[in-house]
Design a protein around this ligand. Sequence first.
Ligand code: 13P
Length: 255
Amino acid sequence: MTRKPFICGNWKLNHGLVETQAVLRAMAAEASTYSSVELAIAPVTPLLAAAAQVLQGSALGLAAQNVHHQDKGAFTGEWACHHLSELNVGYAIVGHSERRQYFGETSAAVGQKVRACLDNNLVPIACIGESLQEREAGQIWDVLKNQMDPITAAVQPDEAHRLVVAYEPVWAIGTGKTASAAQAQEVHAQLRSWLAGAFGEDVAERVRLQYGGSVKPSNALELLSEKDVDGALVGGASLQADTFLGIAAAAFELA
Ligand code: 13P
């Protein structure tokens, strides 16, 4: 089974309008070179419309960093899946550890967001990951399983191939400490076996598993060479075109 590698940049709270347009223009100019790799960027939400304009007709997709699970209502400050679809945004990152840590996003809420994405034709990029303390306390599998269960429970087997799961160990995010390729593979293999338990082996083989946490051009090839590492969710190194495209090039080399 071949899974199309998927590299997504998460810009978090960074580039403003001018930089967003310039960096996306530079990335879009090169994106079609890596046609066997799926590429997307998640800018800050208020700039999605401007980003969509720049990326019109390009091979670089757009992702949102978050989304609300309901379509409408009295939810000040939120936006729904259909607002993203209207802007040609194809993906939504849900359950990022920063959302869980700073904004109280629960695993149950992440499941609801995954459901909303699938109902609205968005690809959910559902994030999970353990903290250093949890890893050192030997709780990694309990933590990851507790985060995965509401995600798999929200998805039917016949649509599960559309799901993307991003494993982002919290201790590797923005710290320069990457998980070793072997550590990433160990977790990804376990995730795929949980997916097989929920949806059957054939479906589990189709689900793409991204690794995230200090991915850069210099370590991308090694991480992406692992059998169950199907892409990357990239923070810092996605902010500039050359480093993001360097990671895309590594995925392209392996695809
Ligand atoms: P860094 O690549 O900056 O470690 O961030 C990873 C991340 O959180 C992507 O969602």
